[in-house]
Design a protein. Sequence first.
Length: 416
Amino acid sequence: MKNVLLFCSALFAIIIQTSSVGATQSAFEKTPILNAATILPSEKRQSPLYKVEDQVLNNGFVNTYHVSSDFGRFEVVSTPSLIILLHEIGAIATMKKIERDDVFMDSLHQSAKNTAHGIKRLFTEPGDTLKGAGQGIKGLFARADESINKSDASDAEDSRAAQILGFSKAKGIIANQFTVSVYTSNPILMEELESLAKANFFGGLGMAVIQTAVPGGAGVILSASSAVRLLNETVNLTPPTELRVQNRRKLTKMGVDDDLIQLFINNPAFTPRNQTFFVTALTKLEKVDNRELFIKVALQLHDTDTILLVTRISLMFAAYHNNIAPVKRFYPFSRFVSAELQGDRVILMLPTDYITWNEEFAGAIDALAREPGKQQLNKSELWTLGTVSKRVQDELSKRGWIIKTNVSKVLKMDQS
């Protein structure tokens, strides 16, 4: 729950003394406790592998779910992240089924013998070991400066030795078979990926064994467009140092300040996946003024849940810009971002589940109206992936806001 509160403060916290809300605490809605049955379809609430617990906590913006499963109890923040978790649970079940196979057991036994030998060869016979690694020595030199001098690795990345050996590539290929992220924060899934990768890379477990065990591709639960799938595959199969090089180049091409780029690329809280999705969203916001404001916001972020939510906001704006109407310019909003559209309209994109009329939200909305020039805007719009309370509808309507809820289909967005 600490990360959820961090998100709310990062998104809406403003100094209370400057707020003109002027209301007592009783003027705001109480933090609600929701029921999973009113939020999720039945097929998402329960399966032979898991059960989403009935009580859902909401902090005025996003939901926190608890999921009991055959593999332990999980806590997850936000509905999109829940959908991803349920898919991961299915992947874990299939991976464990593979691990009960005799072929896997033989491969794992062999991998125990080969692992130490392979690592030893990395340091005693580096010429032979590196000859076929990645794209060859030229590729390693191309990434050397980025790898050693410029960028800190995130906690989700493998060691340098594992990356050079090719173990990381094997793990990425397996992650693609299950349509999961090789940079997952799910410790059970990561353990299973590591186990299969060892059996495959060091023990000779053929990919055919893994492919046969994955029924119909693993994307049965997680729906995604070909574009999102392609980006996921690219992230899984590209060395993290190379992803950082590519992201740096894209930001430079956008005209982002070099110092901001350096600080952003070196933020270890961003996994290579989240960093790549974030930068990709910014590249889709072509000709929008002040895109680098997103980078300034990103420099404030230090926890996974907040980074995921902010990344989704950038993706929402990119989807709006490309599928609905052009965005003109980005402006600071509290400690985050609002956008001005053509025709003098302001728009907020929030990947929230259920917004209540709480002190942080009310203060931020009223502060936005007081900003210079905003009083002349024709109208303001709030777009959210979830819903809002009736109180929020009433309060925003009085202030002239238009509210759009459950907007993922309108924006043509996929879960990410």
